[in-house]
Design a protein around this ligand. Structure first.
Ligand code: HEM
Ligand code: HEM
Length: 181
């Protein structure tokens, strides 16, 4: 793991790119998923669901790359808060990593439980073809974790904006390309 770099003003470019790619993909996945049921049952809905599954696999690759980069070459900065706030920030960040990891695993399981068709080309094997309730149950859990992610990421974003506009410090700038200038 990289040593902490107290003199640096912001994260390195790869860390920043990973962060914002993750944020954009999570938002796209969540919003996109709400539209799946708008489409009539059949090939069109299969395509929209397949897009969601593809986005999920992409998110898995990005999350994996991000964690590996954080543990190896990624720049580490000193904590931006002290005391309780520092613990809260750390818990939020680790919580988000954990929630995303679990979300991806549950999402993959939903697709497996459904024996989902991928772009109408082939079907994933079905986990338990005799269990009709399983896909819906797994999807309900997936949706609940989705709401938790939205809530925690929302608080996390609010904290970043609070730092910028109320405390007027450089915490958000650390995660912006060129410090947001
Ligand atoms: C943070 C990332 C993700 C978010 C926010 C998200 C969000 C959602 C939401 C809100 C639903 C609708 C649930 C409902 O209405 O009951 C859903 C459905 C689904 N998700 Fe995800 N998802 C994510 C990642 C994934 C991943 C990684 C996969 C698999 C590779 C996946 C596969 C599915 C499948 C198969 C469905 C069922 C769609 C259907 O049959 O209508 N999701 N997702
Ligand atoms: C789904 C959306 C998001 C997710 C999953 C997410 C996740 C994370 C995670 C896991 C970290 C910790 C990085 C590390 O130390 O390894 C982080 C840091 C950070 N995030 Fe987010 N984030 C999201 C959205 C946002 C938004 C919208 C903002 C700004 C409005 C933001 C601002 C920041 C800042 C400033 C840091 C660095 C904090 C520091 O250096 O003390 N994030 N984010």
């Amino acid at each position: 793991m990289q040593p902490v770099t107290p003199s640096a003003k912001r994260y390195d470019t790869a860390t920043i790119a990973f962060h914002w790619l993750t944020a954009i993909l999570v938002a796209t996945q969540w919003l996109g998923a709400q539209t799946i049921d708008w489409f009539p049952k059949g090939p069109l809905r299969v395509d929209v669901r397949s897009l969601h599954i593809t986005g999920g696999v992409l998110l898995a690759a990005i999350l994996l790359g991000r964690v590996v980069w954080r543990l190896t070459g990624g720049r580490r900065l000193p904590p931006s808060d002290r005391g309780v706030l520092q613990i809260l920030a750390k818990a939020t960040h680790w919580g988000l990593y954990l929630l995303l990891g679990v979300m991806i695993l549950v999402g993959l399981f939903v697709a497996w439980a459904q024996g989902a068709s991928i772009f109408n080309q082939f079907n994933l094997p079905t986990f338990d073809p005799n269990n009709d309730a399983l896909p819906d149950q797994a999807q309900d859990i997936h949706a609940i974790i989705g709401w938790i992610i939205v809530a925690v990421a929302g608080l996390h974003a609010a904290a970043a904006l609070f730092h910028r506009y109320v405390m007027r410090d450089g915490v958000l700038a650390r995660m912006l390309p060129r410090g947001g200038r």
